[in-house]
Design a protein around this ligand. Structure first.
Ligand SMILES: C[S@@+](CC[C@H](N)C(=O)[O-])C[C@H]1O[C@@H](n2cnc3c(N)ncnc32)[C@H](O)[C@@H]1O
Length: 210
């Protein structure tokens, strides 16, 4: 891993799951303050809100790449429960667990198969994990395996990697396996963030497993 301090630039430069484990081990204790609060990071709330609006499904929900639990907190504020947290980083999950909004905390690497039975979830949400240096579109097959028929998905994907790293092609290839596909764009950082962060866009894919 790059020997830089943990921040968004270092996160975008990651290359392997082991890099993620090392970076987020260092970042876990300060992420909520020096990243989320300092940059007015809004995607957890924005994407959870859209998920909650459409959520008529059987629980539980899986929060994929849950990190320190910002999405779990946002879903809980909308009255959704139970929620499980999945992440590769033990240290990020320790912080998520301390928020008290998750039923289960599950450590797993989404670039391979995770230790969760088929058809376990009525909803799947992810924020900040399908991005530069993190998890690619190949993980979507594994998420579909974990979801029940009719499960609601809301996957936030960095807009730069959406086309460049094969997400658009991946969704096109899922014809017949998903229904109601729609996409909307968010600006995940508010006015307190530095200008280049304010320009970051996420493509949020909403759909249901057939
Ligand atoms: C930018 S954080 C986003 C955390 C949270 N969802 C949020 O929006 O604040 C990205 C998360 O993805 C996790 N991650 C990175 N690679 C992963 C992998 N291969 N499998 C599972 N989680 C991974 C990291 O550990 C980290 O917690």
């Amino acid at each position: 891993m790059a020997d830089s301090k943990p921040d968004r630039d270092a996160a975008y430069a990651l290359k392997t799951p082991e890099d993620s484990v090392a970076l987020y081990r260092e970042w876990a204790k300060t992420y909520d303050q020096d990243f989320a609060k300092a940059n007015d990071y809004r995607n957890p709330q924005l994407i959870a809100e859209q998920f909650a609006k459409r959520c008529d499904v059987d629980m539980p929900v899986l929060d994929v790449g849950a990190g320190t639990g910002l999405v779990g907190e946002a879903l809980t504020a909308h009255g959704l429960a139970p929620i499980d947290a999945l992440d590769i980083s033990h240290e990020m999950l320790v912080v998520a667990d301390s928020k008290g909004c998750y039923r289960n905390i599950i450590q797993g690497d989404l670039t391979g198969q995770v230790d969760i039975p088929d058809s376990s979830y009525g909803g799947v949400i992810s924020v900040g994990t399908f991005t530069h240096g993190h998890v690619g579109s190949e993980a979507i097959d594994e998420l579909l395996r974990l979801a029940r028929s009719g499960a609601l998905f809301a996957l936030g994907i960095n807009a730069e990697v959406y086309k460049a790293n094969g997400f658009a092609a991946k969704f096109a290839s899922l014809k017949g396996r998903i229904d109601g596909f729609e996409i909307f764009e968010t600006c995940g950082y508010g006015k307190q963030a530095e200008a280049r962060l304010q320009q970051t866009r996420s493509s949020v894919a909403l759909f249901r497993k057939r």
